[in-house]
Every structure is written in C-alpha cells, then in structure tokens.
Design a protein around this ligand. Sequence first.
Ligand SMILES: C[S@@+](CC[C@H](N)C(=O)[O-])C[C@H]1O[C@@H](n2cnc3c(N)ncnc32)[C@H](O)[C@@H]1O
Length: 176
Amino acid sequence: MAHLAVLRIGHRPERDQRVTTHVGLAARAFGADGMYLAADDKGVVESITDVVDRWGGSFFIRNHISWKRCIRKWKETGGVVVHLTMYGERIQDREEEIRSHSRILVVVGAEKVPGEIYGLADYNIAVTGQPHSEISSLAVFLDRFFQGSELCSEFPGARIRVVPAKDTKQTEERWD
Ligand SMILES: C[S@@+](CC[C@H](N)C(=O)[O-])C[C@H]1O[C@@H](n2cnc3c(N)ncnc32)[C@H](O)[C@@H]1O
C-alpha cells in the first residue's frame, strides 16, 4: 500500500482556515495518510484532530512546517513529489506512472504558488487545464490515484459512523 501525504502551502490563517480544513478533510476521506501544513494554524489542526477523534482512522496533521524542508526530506527518503497545478501535465497521461511509486507527497497551493515549486516537484499535474481549487483537484487526484478503492476505506477506532440510508439521516455511535 502506498504512503501518500499532502503538503498544503500558501495558507493564510486569516483567510484560508475553512479551505485548508477542507483540504485536510478531503485528504483524509479520500485515502491520504496525513497532511503537512506550511503555516502555523492551530485552529486547522484542532478541527482536523477533532474529526479524526470522532470519525476514526490514523490521519496525521503536522503544523508549522517548512515546505522546502518537507519536500527535501521527502525526496531524500525516496519519495516523489506531485504538485497539482492547472499548468501541469494532464493527470490522465501520468496517473499510471505516478501510481507505480510507493511514497507520494501531493502539494497543493492557495492563491499564489512560489515558482520554485515547479522545479522541485517530480511531477506538475493538472486536473484539467481550467482553474478550480485545491480541494477539487486533490479529491480528483486521490480518486484517480486510488482508482476508487478509497471509497471503501475503513476508519478504525471511529466513535461515530454513518449508516447509509435512502431517505433518513442515520448514524451509529460507540463509546467504549
Ligand atoms: C485557487 S488555485 C490558485 C492557483 C494559482 N493561481 C497558481 O499560481 O497556480 C489554488 C490551488 O488549487 C489547485 N488547482 C486549481 N486548479 C487546478 C487544476 N486545474 N489542476 C490542478 N490543480 C489545480 C492548485 O494546487 C493551486 O495551487
């Protein structure tokens, strides 16, 4: 099983809390192992940690990291870096090759992305050549990467889970 983490860069605590929290939640729900946050925002960490506590799994979040050091360490330990950008190569042309790696760091930006990242990444990958968002690009990338298997993920240790239903809202809680 591949080890895949997300690196969120460009986060501005005063503006991006909700989007970055959703980047983390999408990462967790769609099969990533954790998220590195290249900013200091304990609010984001708290929100995601709270979800992990209640909804299970072992998703990690690391706050206040240096994105350059994170990328360098990732590469030094044999991992590859995939930067999601509308200017990159088409995901459909590279997904198979990317899937052959066992350690993948997926980088998503915010408003402005430092130009340096294009050279540091092993792959610059576009999820269409149209502008959209870090959440949508990450969700589509992860679904392509895991080929839909992430939809059946289990989240061990959950205290709450949804019971799929046609026309009611049903959950099951466990407090042991
Ligand atoms: C709001 S966009 C801003 C992008 C910014 N204008 C730039 O320099 O690329 C924020 C992030 O969403 C992701 N993103 C947006 N559209 C994308 C696309 N078509 N393909 C891949 N990633 C995309 C990228 O990770 C980007 O850094």
